[in-house]
Ligand binder design. Structure first.
Ligand SMILES: [Fe+2]
Length: 368
């Protein structure tokens, strides 16, 4: 028979479970807003492991082409190398039913041998708006307990947030690669109109990303840097072909015309409000660290970091590329020249990163 004390204890327990679920949902929606797919997946596994107090947690993704599930992120004792062929076992079953599934003693069920290291298991499909992206799994409570319905509710709370967030992040990265692809084609078309700049943009992108990695920039900034590098000379679209293709030194008027390209690039992209940082890095990629001889006269930290990186990458490629009106430098001559201009034309910190990167590249070349 129920007593008032017993009822109260039950209500308190239910309330506390509810509170945990709500605070978990809040935490997750806060966390997911600006994260990449990889980051979201590792946060989910972390959250599932800690909230449910389990020995292992894993996020599995559906590989549409191979019709299989693979581990995207995992923590604890989970075997991340295992691939689950389509329709094989309990995980696919949960995905097909779009409902969570729990097994308290997996080895004693028909799925014996399916996951040899797992005693109890809970699976929840990761449902997006348009499709199922995979599943979230937790296995074996650390205190040896079985899974309760409150655990299943928590796992469902994490999964429901995670499914949508992952789907969004995947869509976003698909869009981003579409955008980068379109930019690449545009730049190739631009380079095709000038015989002296073929491959310049791709090389500058490679050098800039090399420097950016040494500087410890995060994935998102590196992605922005990639787009900046690909677009840095887009303003040359408006530069007369005769000037771009000229096989002699440019006269003063022609130099003035060339010097307009950073601003033109910025103007071409001005409508893209999400590109503000990229536009500024394009606009200022010919500024000099000491403020002298640049186009706008910015100096030091007034010049955006991406522009300072582009400046070094761009100059190094120009020096090591063939130009009809001057001899091409060898990489070591160009590295010396970049070093000589550290503190005047270039940001010394960026030059230091550039030297680490070139050193690394030449060491790797010697090994291979
Ligand atoms: Fe440029």
């Amino acid at each position: 028979m129920s007593t008032p004390e017993g009822d109260l204890a039950l209500t308190v327990r239910e309330l506390s479970n509810m509170y945990e679920e709500i605070s978990l949902l809040y935490r997750m929606s806060e966390v997911f807003s600006f994260l990449s797919t990889d980051e979201i997946c590792s946060r989910i596994t972390e959250e599932a492991l800690n909230t449910l107090g389990v020995r292992s947690a894993a996020v599995l993704f559906i590989d549409e082409k191979k019709q299989a599930l693979y581990t995207k992120a995992s923590l604890g004792t989970w075997d991340a190398s295992k691939i689950f062929e389509k329709d094989e076992g309990v995980i696919w079953k949960a995905i097909a039913s779009k409902k969570p599934a729990a097994f308290c003693r997996l080895p004693e069920t028909e799925y014996q041998g399916y996951l040899p290291d797992v005693g109890s298991l809970m699976v929840c499909p990761l449902l997006g708006k348009a499709k199922t992206v995979g599943a979230l799994l937790v296995a074996d409570k650390q205190n040896g307990d079985e899974f309760f319905s409150s655990d299943s509710k928590l796992l469902m709370a994490i999964s429901s947030q995670a499914g949508l967030a992952i789907e969004n992040a995947l869509l976003y990265s698909e869009l981003e690669s579409l955008l980068v692809g379109a930019i690449r084609s545009l730049v190739k078309a631009l380079e095709a109109s000038s015989c002296w700049t073929a491959g310049h943009t791709e090389r500058v992108t490679e050098y800039a990303l090399g420097i950016g990695r040494v500087l410890g920039l995060g994935d998102e900034t590196l992605e922005r840097l990639k787009i900046s590098s690909l677009l840095h000379d887009i303003g040359k679209i408006a530069t007369p072909k005769e000037i771009l293709n000229k096989d002699r030194m440019l006269d003063y008027e022609e130099w003035l015309e060339i010097k307009r390209h950073p601003n033109r690039g910025a103007e071409i992209l001005v409508e893209l409000t999400q590109f503000e940082d990229i536009i500024l890095s394009i606009k200022y990629h010919h500024e000099h660290w000491d403020g002298a001889n640049g186009i706008y006269g910015l100096k030091g930290d007034e010049i955006p970091l991406m522009a300072r990186i582009l400046s070094v990458a761009d100059a190094y490629d120009a020096m090591t590329s063939d130009r009809p009106y001057r001899a091409m430098m060898t990489p070591s001559e160009a590295i010396k020249e970049v070093t000589r201009c550290s503190g005047t034309q270039f940001d010394p910190e960026v030059v230091r990163a550039f030297l680490v990167w070139t050193d690394d590249v030449s060491r790797r070349r010697q090994v291979s």
